[in-house]
Design a protein around this ligand. Structure first.
Ligand code: FES
Ligand SMILES: [Fe+2]
Length: 339
């Protein structure tokens, strides 16, 4: 295991919980990016994510804090905090403290997940989090799929970028997943903060296959470093979301979600059982990746083969825009020393 040398404070959208973990009136305790945080849902249903400590005398709002209508009330002296983190009531004074504010994070709920925008510089979101259905602009919706299946693992010494690099890593399939597939990349688009990688799949031994004969493939959309969505077509229709969120300078939480497509007219309980089993198989394969990622040491500069050079260089160059120093943190210094 090795502490990731890339900065663990990248900018972007990151998953901090699932929506169903934060019901109306719930105050959910979390730690991300080295900060203690709470997520709470108001009576009207709005989720707020804010730093955990009351600006008054520092009570942790996740231990006894109470949702009162649209505000969060501190358990210690009853001060109330708004969804913007402003103090709106001191119960024993005639006016609130207008100066102090608890840091809040831009939040969106999408695909049953709660995402926050993290940016050390406090900039407004400059790209949108991808949606596992809408972002593919194919008219699909959650109703076309069986319920979301999930993986959640904590405490891995890995960095979100490792997972994205998997998307251009054609050589690992055979060794990590024991699937003898040869992905052929048809799109590498790293022009913007949201990037696109598409590939088609041929099976080993089918060297004579022409691109027109290929009948399956994967499209991936990376919304910054934190969230990637995929659509697989051809074999079993499935969608996935991977969401990796740094917890501190060493570890990340790993979330992975799978949706298996319903087949119109064949929506029997037996078909659902098969879909669930297939979803579990995709999750098992993702675990095989985690086993590698959680023990790897980020290699920079890496010893790339000729055919790997373009994809890895493109994704690593693209990733730099999300780091506070624009270079990747101490990884850049290490590369320089070796250089
Ligand atoms: S510490 Fe929160 S109200 Fe006093
Ligand atoms: Fe993989």
């Amino acid at each position: 295991m090795a502490k990731p040398p890339l900065s663990m404070k990248p900018t972007g959208w990151f998953q901090v919980a699932w929506s169903d973990e934060v019901g109306v009136g719930d105050v959910h305790v979390m730690k991300y990016f080295g900060e203690d945080m709470v997520a709470w849902r108001s009576e009207a249903g709005q989720v707020t994510v804010m730093n955990a400590y009351c600006e008054h005398l520092g009570a942790h709002l996740g231990f006894g804090g109470k949702v009162v209508g649209e505000v969060l009330q501190c358990p210690f002296h009853g001060w109330q905090w708004s969804q913007e983190g402003r103090n709106v009531c001191i119960p024993y004074e005639s006016r609130p403290n207008r100066g102090r504010r608890i840091k809040t994070y831009p939040v969106i709920e999408r695909n049953a997940s709660i995402y926050i925008w993290h940016d050390l510089e406090g900039r407004e979101p400059f790209f949108d989090a991808p949606d596992v259905f809408a972002s593919f602009e194919d008219g699909s919706s959650v109703d076309d799929y069986y319920p979301q299946q999930r993986l959640f693992e904590q405490g891995h010494e890995m960095h979100p970028q490792y997972v994205l690099e998997n998307g251009v890593d054609f050589a690992h399939f055979k060794y990590v997943h024991e699937t003898p597939i040869n992905p052929i990349f048809t799109r590498h688009d790293f022009a913007d903060a949201v990037s696109y990688v598409d590939f088609t799949i041929t099976f080993e031994g089918d060297d004579g296959q022409r691109i027109e004969d290929v009948n399956s493939g994967v499209e991936a959309i990376n919304g910054g470093l934190g969230i990637a969505v995929t659509k697989s077509w051809g074999m079993v229709d499935n969608r996935t979301i991977s969401a990796i969120t740094p917890v501190d300078e060493y570890t990340s939480d790993v979330r992975f979600m799978v949706y298996i497509g319903r087949v119109p007219g064949k929506d029997s309980p037996r078909a659902e059982q098969k879909a669930i089993a297939f979803g579990e198989e995709i999750i098992r394969q993702f675990r095989q990746d985690i086993y590698i990622w959680s023990h790897q040491r980020y290699s920079d500069p890496p010893a790339l083969s000729t055919s790997e050079y373009e994809g890895f260089t493109a994704i690593r160059t693209w990733a730099m825009q999300f780091y506070p120093d624009g270079r990747g943190g101490s990884a850049a210094d290490l590369a320089h020393q070796k250089g």
